[in-house]
Design a protein. Structure first.
Length: 51
């Protein structure tokens, strides 16, 4: 966790942004030269953020 990010956007948003950044780093989905991540709301809620 980057404390400076949490201070700028709040703790919950920082957790979401860092998880999204990590998923993009390891993603193998590429379209038009850009990596992307896709999960439904339910997948995010149940798999990534069950708390």
């Amino acid at each position: 966790m980057l404390p400076s990010l949490a201070m700028a956007v709040g703790l919950n948003a920082a957790i979401l942004l860092q998880q999204l950044y990590f998923k993009a780093l390891i993603s193998t989905n590429v379209r038009d030269g850009h990596k992307w991540v896709y999960k439904t709301y339910e997948e995010w809620k149940n798999e990534e953020f069950p708390f």
